[in-house]
Design a protein around this ligand. Sequence first.
Ligand SMILES: [Zn+2]
Length: 209
Amino acid sequence: MADLGHRPATPAEALDELLAGNERFVMGVRVHPHQDAERRAALAGSQRPFAVVFGCSDSRLAAEIIFDRGLGDLFVVRTAGHIIGAEVLASIEYGVTVLGAPLVVVLGHDSCGAIQAAHDAMTGKLLPGPGLEAIVDRVTPSIRHAHTRDITDQDLIADVHVQWTIDMITSQDTALAETVAAGHCAVVGMAYRLADGRVTVIPAAPAGA
Ligand SMILES: [Zn+2]
């Protein structure tokens, strides 16, 4: 029986579901939904994830664990420092326009190594090898943008970097941006705290900020 059950259909429902799962994780009362053989079988032919989670690759930021979800729930894209390139944009767009997810979450966190590396490179403490330059190059604009707003705290810079990433996703001339503009999908920034495991929604930056 391929009954995939109820799936959050709107951005608000999807956000509520994710925050409820994170609350269970924080409180230590996870219910591990959708992680059994029945769910695996029901999903074998198709998937309908209710959210795209684009987050940092940090090993402490595992999406299905921190949101207490299971198979078929989240379409997950992760890169160090959630840096964006063509593959990432296409993957997020696939999750929204083909799989129909009504929510995209950009997930940053405190003590992010990618932001620290970019900061160290800017201040001359680190000369990144060619293999790491892409990370530094794509985080540095967020740090510079934060500095123009007198934001120097690393964790607040992380929030700015999430907002910058959202701008990169929504400012492209894509079907994804159209879906967002039409209100069928929302792109929301979240900040994760490593110590207590809690995610908080980052308020959208005012236009032009
Ligand atoms: Zn990170």
